[in-house]
Ligand binder design. Structure first.
Ligand SMILES: Cc1cc2nc3c(=O)[nH]c(=O)nc-3n(C[C@H](O)[C@H](O)[C@H](O)COP(=O)(O)OP(=O)(O)OC[C@H]3O[C@@H](n4cnc5c(N)ncnc54)[C@H](O)[C@@H]3O)c2cc1C
Length: 392
């Protein structure tokens, strides 16, 4: 059968919903982010200005925040949600505030996600709620638990609280007809998270996939762990849901492994990460009766592979178990093209008060300089479209 090759560089179609003004703004931002020294200086100056209480909020809001965030509150994001829905892209509201790291801040973050679930109940364009585990549980306690260090009664209570919060969120997702995704974190706490999410999947996914875990294929053990999870689900008679990503903390992982003298959990090279990511997509599609996936990627080859797999298996483009997902402000060409062609697509839409989402925004800016080609990729497409519009 002739496979459908997606023209990810069809900028007229990919950016049809973007005004020329918006594209010019993205052009400015991605050109700036292409220069690592500018990002470093910008991050330093912004932190300094905030320390000196200088009024930089407006400037941040008009640049990085507008590109990568939906708003400061849930209702503030409505405009973005509507805009995405118009081009058939779903929204995953991502509360991106890094809290104080105490039990009160974990409860507050959990309450906020419950509010997202309540809001999503009446908005068809929001199919998932998502949580970042370190937003609702202590990284120190998880680290101790994973290494088998003795746990104090407070530690044991903290872990029980975190488990309770995850359970509460899964319950809210289920009762509001949503799916619930748990982000992946650093390898030294991920086993603790995996155990908790596996338990939730066994409890909540008996009839259909509601709870999703995340696997990062820059880890050389991810494919084997994911296969074992599918095997456990088959034996246990429940469904599983996975967000499949390459992984966001590579430098941090390598540095820690070297410093503490344990073997590096990361793949030896990018090609190995790509190979395992694509193999995971293929394997999940072979088990699609029991597995639901959300391919969280900006990689065009992987997106094309998933399109091909759906076609090969003669499955509907909008099969309920298959989602593509990208971050707001990145790889719009993949999101908008696939959505226009009838595939299920969602954007992670981070939100929160400007000052509190700064760590997220700085990570995005740094990622766009450090990932070879990402900002170049974005810039080339935006440039191409601006040129096309000028000559049209
Ligand atoms: C919707 C969505 C949700 C996400 N959720 C999470 C999450 O929960 N947890 C998380 O960790 N990340 C998450 N990410 C980020 C993701 O892990 C990647 O960092 C990012 O998407 C870039 O990878 P890519 O698949 O888009 O492709 P590419 O741009 O093709 O690949 C870049 C990635 O390849 C890997 N890589 C690069 N160089 C090497 C090397 N030398 N050796 C080995 N591997 C290498 C790294 O993982 C790097 O990020 C999410 C991304 C999206 C789009």
């Amino acid at each position: 059968m002739q496979k459908e090759a997606i023209r990810f560089d069809d900028t007229a179609r990919a950016f049809a919903s973007k005004s020329t003004k918006e594209l010019r703004k993205s052009h400015f931002l991605f050109s700036t982010m292409g220069h690592p020294w500018m990002v470093k200086t910008g991050v330093f100056m912004t932190n300094l200005a905030l320390t000196l209480r200088l009024p930089v909020k407006g400037m941040i809001r008009r640049t990085l925040f507008d590109q990568f965030c939906g708003g400061e509150s849930i209702t503030d994001c409505q405009h973005t949600i509507d805009h995405l829905a118009e081009v058939k892209v779903h929204t995953i509201l991502d509360y991106s505030v890094e809290g104080a790291g105490d039990e009160a801040s974990f409860d507050a973050a959990c309450d906020e996600i419950v509010r997202v679930a309540e809001y999503a109940k009446t908005h068809k364009a929001i199919p998932f709620v998502v949580v970042k585990p370190t937003g609702i549980g202590s990284i120190e306690v998880m680290t101790r638990a994973q290494t088998g260090a003795p746990l104090s009664p407070d530690d044991t209570q903290a872990l029980a609280n975190m488990k309770g919060r995850l359970h509460r969120l899964a319950e809210h997702a289920r009762s509001n007809g949503l799916q619930f995704m748990v982000d992946a974190e650093e390898s030294w706490i991920q086993d603790v998270i995996d155990d908790m999410v596996e338990e939730l999947m066994a409890e909540f996914n008996t009839e259909k996939p509601i709870v999703f875990n995340t696997y990062q294929f820059y880890r050389h053990d991810a494919l084997a762990r994911m296969k074992a999870s599918i095997e456990a689900a088959r034996k246990g008679g429940y469904h599983v849901g996975y967000k499949l990503v390459r992984g966001a903390y590579m430098e941090k992982e390598r540095e820690r492994a070297e410093k503490l003298g344990y073997s590096d959990p990361i793949q030896p090279d990018k090609a190995s990460t790509d190979r395992d990511y694509d193999e995971a997509l293929t394997y999940c599609m072979e088990h699609i009766d029991r597995v639901a996936i959300c391919a969280g990627t900006h990689n065009e080859k992987s997106a094309q592979l998933l399109v091909d797999l759906l076609e090969e298996k003669d499955l509907a483009k909008d099969h309920p178990n298959v989602y593509f997902a990208q971050l707001l402000g990145m790889s719009d060409n993949i999101s908008f093209l696939l959505a226009d062609m009838g595939y299920n697509v969602a954007k992670y839409v981070p939100y929160g008060p400007v000052q509190k989402v700064l760590p997220y925004l700085f990570r995005r800016a740094e990622e766009n300089t450090s990932i070879a080609g990402q900002s170049g990729r974005e810039l080339t497409l935006v440039k191409k479209e601006l040129k096309r519009r000028k000559s049209a």
